[in-house]
Ligand binder design. Structure first.
Ligand SMILES: [Zn+2]
Length: 287
């Protein structure tokens, strides 16, 4: 407990014990996800599952505190796991080198006490929301764009879920554009997501969406009501789980690949790269 002696002065022994028994899942291990993993590891969450199929690139380093130049070309989820074990060996970390889809997402999240959204794509975010709402798992949303960000604690059937207020218009949402951001925005957003979990563990049911304009230092607290026409928490249609929406064609997509199963390897082709983990392969389409 010496490790947590200063933290115990703030959180108390009972909450520290709760953290040790906690199972959380972080979906995405880019800038936001890796920062979340580091924060959750340091505060002593007992079990962390981290999901990402991507590899570290040099263009990630300006906003990703956990990765170094030595990690370029390695799987993000595995680097997150290694680094987290170096920080706090008492924490159990499971790294899943995969992307979520309608066939695996429910299984991946269903034993979690909290799920952290560290995704950068609206389709996958709403798919994750569908799974968390269906299984009544608290979801902690974090969205980053430029010098803006927003966070929200989703408590299924108690407050607004993401599908209550985020509109998915189909394919046009999946334009393959690169959205920049800064490490200051990413780290602050991840910190606020973890703070929402701590406050909820202390009994606070926070129903607000927090919106931050860092450039102008404007922080807004927006009360959002549940939407009675919400396709997830009101109508239980779960359109993303039921494959009713077209999947994005950019970022990382699963591909079928012929040939030998030779462990982790990367192949370059004209559209981008193919990343394989054994016989499971993903195409990374350049944005
Ligand atoms: Zn809803």
């Amino acid at each position: 407990m010496e490790r947590y002696s200063r933290q115990l002065l703030v959180l108390g022994l009972e909450l520290q014990q709760k953290l040790k028994e906690l199972k959380v899942t972080v979906v995405g291990c880019g800038a936001l996800g890796s920062t979340l993993v580091e924060l959750l590891t340091r505060i002593g969450v007992g079990y962390i599952k981290v999901i990402d199929a991507d590899i570290v690139e040099i263009s990630n380093l300006h906003r990703t505190l956990l990765f170094t130049e030595k990690d370029v070309g390695k799987p993000k989820a595995l680097v997150c796991k290694e680094r987290a074990k170096e920080i706090n060996n008492e924490v159990e970390i499971e790294a899943i080198t995969d992307i979520i889809d309608e066939t695996n997402v429910e299984e991946l999240v269903k034993d979690s006490h909290y799920v952290f959204d560290a995704l950068d794509n609206l389709y996958f975010r709403l798919l994750l929301n569908d799974a968390c709402v269906k299984h009544s798992i608290p979801l902690i949303y974090g969205g980053v764009m430029g010098e803006y960000s927003s966070v929200k604690l989703v408590l299924p059937y108690k407050n607004a879920c993401l599908s209550c207020f985020l509109n998915y218009e189909g394919e046009e949402e999946n334009v393959c554009e690169t959205i920049g951001t800064l490490d200051t925005i990413v780290t602050t957003t991840a910190s606020l997501q973890v703070q929402l979990m701590l406050n909820h563990l202390r009994g606070e049911e926070d129903n607000n969406l927090y919106y931050f304009d860092f450039r102008n230092m404007r922080f807004d607290k927006i009360k959002i009501e549940r939407n009675e026409k919400c396709q997830a928490c009101s109508l239980h249609e779960f359109r993303f789980l039921n494959s009713k929406e077209k999947k994005p064609a950019c970022g990382i997509v699963k591909v079928e690949k012929e040939g030998p199963n030779n462990g982790f390897h990367i192949e370059k082709n004209k559209d981008g790269i193919i990343i394989c983990y054994g016989d499971k392969c993903f195409k990374k389409v350049s944005r």
